[in-house]
Design a protein around this ligand. Structure first.
Ligand code: GDP
Ligand code: IMO
Ligand code: MG
Length: 369
C-alpha cells in the first residue's frame, strides 16, 4: 500500500505534522523530490523537531525512512541534520536509506544560489543549480562522492532505494510518501518562474521513487491545506492581506516564520479557486486542514471563491470565526462555526476532509471518521 501526502498551497501547510501523525501506521516514509529547502516541523511532548532533507518518519522509531534519487542532497548539510537529530535521541542505525543516485548539491551550487535569494527569494540551499546540472547531465550522484575518505558518515545509509521500496511493496508493507513544497511551487504547475526547481505534486511519486504506476492504483492522496494561506519569497499571491495589522496579528498567532530561513511568511485568506486547482492537479482523495485554531483570534474570516460567493461581483465568502478551548478531541467537540468552514471547503473541493488541525502538538489533530 502506498499513500501520498502533498502540500496544496505555497508550502508550509503542515505536511510534516500530518506525515508524523499518519506514520505511526506505516513501515516506510519516503521523500521523493526537493531537498533541504524544505522545513517540516513536528512538536512531540513539548519537544520540537525540524527536518529538512530527512523524511519526518525519522521521528518514529518504528518507521524506516528513505530519500530517493528524485531528491537533491547536500552531503555536508545532511550529516549536520543527522547529527543534530542524534543529539535529540534519534537512532538512525538500519532505518535510514539514501539513494546512491540522489543528485549532489555542491559548494559551487550554494554560491550560485546566493543571487537567487535576491532574485526569487530562493532559500539559497543550491536546489535550482543542482537540478539544472542534473538535467544538463553533468551533476554528481551521491554514490560518486560518498567514500570512506569523504562524507564517510553517509556510507552505511547509501543504497538502491528503488529496489528497496519495490521489494517492500511486494511484501505488502505500508509506504507513505512525504511531499515537500507544494503544487503552487511546482516547476510545471506552479506560479512559474516564481517556483522551486522540482516537481512537487503527487504525480511525480512514481518517477521520483522508481515504483511503477500500477503500484499506485489504490493510493490515497492526502492534500494538506492551511486554513488560510502563506507564501515565502517573491511571486503572485492573489489573496494576500492588504492590511499590515491583520498580517501581523495572524503571523504572530500562527508563528508564521520559515522553518528553513526564519523569514516572515506573507499572509492571506484561503483561496478556493487556487485550492480547487491544487486538488484537481494532484487527484486529492482526502484533505487535512491545519491551523484552524489560529483563525480563532479573529471575529470574521473570509474565503475567496469566484464560483460560489455571497456576492459574485467581489468573490468573497464571509464566515463568523470560532472559539476553541484547546480540549477538543473529536469532531463533535468542535464549534459549529468551525464545522461550517470545514464543510464549505469539503463541498467546494469535492474532497473528503479527514483531519483538522487545532494546535501544533502531535495530539492536536482531529480525525474525522
Ligand atoms: P510543512 O513545511 O508543510 O511541513 O510545514 P512547516 O512545518 O514549515 O510549517 C507549519 C507550522 O505550523 C509548523 O510550525 C507546525 O508545527 C505548525 N502546525 C501544523 N499544524 C498546526 C495546527 O493545526 N495548529 C497550529 N497552531 N500549528 C500547526
Ligand atoms: P516546505 O516543504 C515554503 C520557496 C522559496 C522560494 C522558492 C524557490 O517546507 O513546504 P528554492 O530554494 O526552492 O529554489 O526557492 O520556493 N520554497 C518554499 N516555501 N516551503 C517550502 O518547503 C519551500 N521550499 C522552497 O521560499 O520562494
Ligand atoms: Mg515548511
Amino acid at each position: 500500500m502506498i499513500d501520498i501526502v502533498v502540500g496544496l498551497q505555497w508550502g508550509d501547510e503542515g505536511k510534516g505534522k500530518i506525515t508524523d501523525y499518519l506514520s505511526e501506521e506505516y513501515d516506510w516514509v519516503v521523500r521523493y523530490q526537493g531537498g533541504s529547502n524544505a522545513g517540516h516541523t513536528v512538536y512531540v511532548d513539548g519537544k520540537k523537531y525540524v527536518t529538512h532533507s530527512l523524511p519526518t518518519g525519522v521521528i518514529r522509531p518504528n518507521v524506516r525512512s528513505v530519500i530517493t534519487h528524485g531528491c537533491v542532497v547536500n552531503p555536508e548539510e545532511i550529516i549536520k541534520e543527522i547529527e543534530e537529530l542524534e543529539q535529540l535521541g534519534i537512532d538512525f542505525t538500519d532505518r535510514l536509506f539514501i539513494s546512491k543516485d540522489a543528485t549532489v548539491i555542491t559548494r559551487s551550487h550554494l554560491i550560485e544560489d546566493e543571487k537567487n535569494k535576491i532574485k526569487w527569494g530562493s532559500t539559497g540551499k543550491g536546489i535550482g543549480p543542482a537540478y539544472r546540472d542534473k538535467y544538463d547531465r553533468k551533476a554528481f550522484k551521491l554514490g560518486d562522492v560518498v567514500t570512506e575518505h569523504c562524507y564517510a558518515k553517509l556510507l552505511p545509509f547509501l543504497t538502491n532505494t528503488r529496489e528497496l521500496l519495490y521489494d517492500a511493496e511486494i511484501r505488502d508493507e505500508k509506504i507513505l510518501m512525504e511531499g515537500a513544497q507544494a503544487v503552487m511551487l511546482d516547476i510545471d504547475f506552479g506560479t512559474y518562474p516564481y517556483v522551486t526547481s522540482s516537481p512537487c505534486t503527487a504525480n511525480y511519486a512514481p518517477q521520483g521513487t522508481g515504483l511503477p504506476l500500477s503500484m499506485f492504483g489504490d493510493s490515497s492522496v492526502i492534500g494538506v491545506v492551511k486554513a488560510y494561506t502563506t507564501r515565502i519569497g517573491t511571486g503572485p499571491f492573489p489573496t494576500e492581506f492588504q492590511d499590515d495589522g491583520l498580517t501581523e496579528i495572524l503571523r504572530e498567532a500562527g508563528g508564521e516564520y520559515g522553518a528553513t530561513t526564519g523569514r516572515p511568511r506573507r499572509m492571506g485568506w484561503l483561496d478556493m479557486d487556487q485550492l480547487r486547482y491544487a486538488c484537481e492537479v494532484n487527484g486529492i482523495t482526502n484533505l487535512a486542514i491545519t491551523k484552524l485554531d489560529v483563525l480563532s483570534c479573529l471575529e470574521y474570516v473570509y474565503i475567496k471563491d469566484s464560483d460560489d460567493a455571497d456576492d459574485p461581483h467581489n468573490g468573497w465568502v464571509q464566515f463568523p470565526s470560532w472559539e476553541l478551548t484547546g480540549e477538543e478531541k473529536t469532531w463533535d467537540d468542535l464549534p459549529f462555526e468551525l464545522k461550517d468552514y470545514v464543510s464549505y471547503i469539503s463541498n467546494e473541493t469535492g474532497c473528503l476532509v479527514s483531519m483538522v488541525g487545532v494546535g501544533q502538538n502531535r495530539d492536536q489533530l482531529i480525525w474525522i471518521e
